[in-house]
Ligand binder design. Structure first.
Ligand SMILES: [Fe+2]
Length: 410
């Protein structure tokens, strides 16, 4: 079943004009749009997978997951829900933590051979990004390399349901699909309204099987989504609201959810924080932390959230003078005292707090401890400088700026 062109997700993201029309009050807000899938949030949402797949007109679902999520039991619960709704299913789990183009191609072959007509992704960003790319391959007569960049997707994905099992990537609501081109050792971004799923079923219960390291990496990723969206040049009042609420929720619940992994209040707050961060960054885009983390993830295959966390405080320090009021708001949202405090001191407090959050969560490694060598910095910076996320960073870095941040993070 192919989605009709009139489907709400059926067109790619139209580029907005970069300057204001003259007939509009020049002091008014710039044009911005906000796009999101249907969201069902709450305990038990995962069990609705079959019902929603049927509502979308599906008869056979490709359930895309990964071995860790299968071991946790969530993928089987989705399959059971699909079968209980009277649909057939095929489970595809050949997905690695930084999913690759060849894995998506293998999934697309299974999708076609098995006669699937709906995709259900259950997992973290890896499974969801891979599922999105499988959907793009199923719908488009070109390879993924032809779809890289912003608004380069022709046909939308088949009907797609996402069920996140981490509070981090928010790929389940975002206009981003991230995939590794192994030939070139690069993480590639496909940015389009066409990769926003139809429905996200967000069930905080799924977070209870994450270990402390995964909780920390994904939680820091979500916090960075919110912070980068809030200072992004593509931000808007609609994304600001979500970004600030995400920072409040994540900064006050990350450590608690690591200390008490089965506490559903903390897990729900983290899941909500991740969702809000996702709604913000999907529409405002990101910044230099993600540009540099994508480079690391492609060249060295390191965990995405960890890469972000290792770079965060130094990028904030680099950007600070170009978005002082924004970082002041962010500090307030994270519970840092700013009243009557000078800008230089707020900068210091924010950088220290971001580092403290990361280290308290157990992420104490430096880049060199994770295998990054000084000789690789030039290439890493070159790749980061060409990442789409760098465009909306509040301060435009040069090659040497990025090299220095990597070097200081070694
Ligand atoms: Fe991220």
């Amino acid at each position: 079943m192919q989605r009709s062109p009139s489907h709400p997700n059926g067109s790619t993201s139209e580029s907005l004009p970069t300057s204001k029309p003259r007939s509009i009050d020049p002091s008014g807000p710039e044009l911005r749009k906000f796009f999101a899938p249907e969201v069902v949030f709450g305990i038990g949402a995962l069990q609705l997978a079959g019902q929603y797949a049927r509502n979308l007109g599906g008869s056979k679902a490709l359930v895309v997951s990964d071995p860790g999520v299968v071991a946790a039991g969530w993928a089987q619960q989705v399959v059971a829900s699909v079968e209980a709704a009277g649909l057939e299913s095929t489970l595809f789990t050949r997905v690695t933590p930084n999913p690759r183009m060849d894995e998506a191609s293998a999934g697309a072959i299974v999708y076609a051979e098995q006669g699937c007509d709906v995709i259900i992704a259950v997992g973290g960003g890896s499974a969801i990004d891979c599922a999105k790319c499988i959907g793009l391959l199923a719908a488009n007569q070109v390879g993924l390399r032809a779809l890289i960049g912003i608004d380069n997707v022709g046909a939308p994905m088949p009907p797609t349901i996402c069920i996140p099992t981490t509070a981090g990537t928010s790929a389940d609501v975002s206009q981003f699909a991230v995939i590794v081109d192994r030939d070139k050792k690069r993480k590639r971004l496909i940015v389009s309204k066409a990769v926003v799923p139809d429905i996200s079923l967000i069930d905080p219960t799924t977070l209870t099987t994450m270990d402390a390291f995964l909780t920390a990496c994904t939680g820091m990723d979500a916090l960075i989504h919110a912070l980068e969206a809030y200072v992004s040049l593509g931000r808007s009042p609609l994304t600001d609201h979500h970004a600030l609420q995400a920072m409040r929720l994540i900064s006050s619940n990350l450590q608690k959810s690591i200390d008490e992994p089965n506490n559903l209040d903390y897990r729900s707050n983290m899941m909500l924080g991740s969702l809000e961060a996702g709604l913000a960054f999907s529409n405002a885009s990101l910044g230099a932390v993600h540009a540099m983390a994508h480079s690391l993830g492609g060249v060295l295959d390191l965990p995405h959230g960890l890469c972000n966390a290792m770079l965060l405080d130094r990028v904030v320090d680099f950007n600070y003078g170009h978005a002082e009021q924004r970082y002041r708001d962010a500090a307030t949202a994270m519970g840092i005292e700013v009243d009557g405090i000078g800008s230089g001191e707020i900068r210091k407090r924010l950088v220290v707090e971001l580092r403290r959050l990361r280290e308290a969560a157990g992420l104490r490694d430096t880049l060199s401890q994770r295998g990054v060598h000084r000789t690789e910095v030039h290439e890493l910076a070159e790749i980061a400088l060409n990442d789409p996320c760098v465009v909306t960073n509040p301060r435009q870095p040069c090659q040497r700026d990025i090299e220095v941040i990597y070097e200081e993070s070694l």
